[in-house]
Write a protein that binds this ligand. Structure first.
Ligand code: SF4
Length: 226
């Protein structure tokens, strides 16, 4: 199985923020977002082949009952269903992180954590930008994911100009509970994170969206492996 990295940290985002978790990062993502915080995992060649036994050995090193399969974009990786079966143990909670660009049925996961990409994430490279715009919004896949899995939706908010786009986006999806939609400040530095959190928190209080922390920025400013 091709894996980019396995590490132990706190879940930084969403409703499980703060929970100690083992992260298994797969390699490969077609979106190439402008502010991607894991550019080193965008290419499939960033994955190294490991055995199932080795993966389980790594997971079992840590005192965590929560696993997070992340990327890259896990949903585009054919190994995902089998990987989930390999790491599934009694009492384990598994989150799959995805941009919601593809629907895969019958995955053994407890939480589908969907982070659709807004127009603020379009990369500068024209070829990558064209692919990003073609792929980033798949409304049918999103509807299927919401219908078939326990979910949360997360949006990275760069500026107040993004908020109308998020409202329009959510309105296209049936029966989404606003409390399951997390708005998170886009930032790489702590100061920027705190500044954006102020107005974003006010907006959440005003509208009913949930404010989404990003502990990995607040605590470690996005250091790799944290
Ligand atoms: S979808 Fe996620 S992993 Fe893929 S480029 Fe965008 S931020 Fe990076």
């Amino acid at each position: 199985m091709l894996i980019n990295e396995i590490f132990y940290s706190l879940q930084g985002e969403g409703r499980l923020a703060g929970v100690p978790s083992v992260f298994i990062r797969l390699a490969g993502c077609p979106l190439h977002c402008r502010w991607c915080d894991t550019p080193y995992a965008q290419n499939v060649s960033a994955g190294t082949k490991f055995t199932k036994e080795w993966i389980l050995e790594q997971v079992n090193r840590y005192p965590a009952h929560h696993l997070v399969i992340t990327g890259g974009e896990p949903m585009t990786q054919p190994i995902l269903p089998e990987l989930l079966k390999v790491v599934r143990r009694p009492g384990t909670h598994i989150t799959v992180e995805t941009a919601g660009i593809m629907f895969v049925r019958n995955l053994s996961c407890d939480l589908m954590s969907i982070s659709p990409k807004l127009s603020n994430s379009t990369p500068a490279n024209p070829t990558q930008a064209a692919a990003h715009e073609r792929l980033r919004l798949n409304v049918q896949a999103l509807k299927d994911l919401l219908r078939h899995y326990t979910y949360q939706l997360k949006f990275v908010v760069d500026s107040q100009g993004d908020l109308d786009e998020i409202v329009r986006f959510v309105e296209e999806l049936p029966d989404v509970k606003l409390g399951l939609v997390f708005l998170m400040p886009q930032a790489t530095r702590r100061e920027e994170y705190i500044e954006k959190s102020q107005w974003l928190a006010d907006y959440c209080l005003h509208t009913g969206f949930s404010f989404g922390p990003r502990l990995q920025v607040m605590l470690w400013e996005g250091q790799r492996g944290r």
